[in-house]
Write a protein that binds this ligand. Structure first.
Ligand SMILES: [Zn+2]
Length: 65
């Protein structure tokens, strides 16, 4: 089964966020990763829990390579 994707909205603009590739700096390395960002104002959604999840994903990516 595929994971269900959530649709986030920008709190300021009220428009759906689009996945945008951003660079994370983590453990001395740079990672490109897609995170929800507002297409209008460019605000990137970084929720604490979400950021943790993303970092866990990055760690998984590191182990894969
Ligand atoms: Zn916005």
């Amino acid at each position: 089964m595929s994971e269900q994707e959530r649709t986030w909205k920008c709190a300021r603009c009220g428009v759906p966020l689009k996945n945008t590739r951003v660079i994370f700096h983590y453990m001395g390395r740079d990672f490109g990763h897609e995170v929800p960002a507002c297409p209008r104002c460019g605000q990137v959604l970084i929720v604490r829990g979400l950021a943790k999840g993303r970092m866990a994903q990055v760690e998984e990516l590191m182990e894969d390579k």
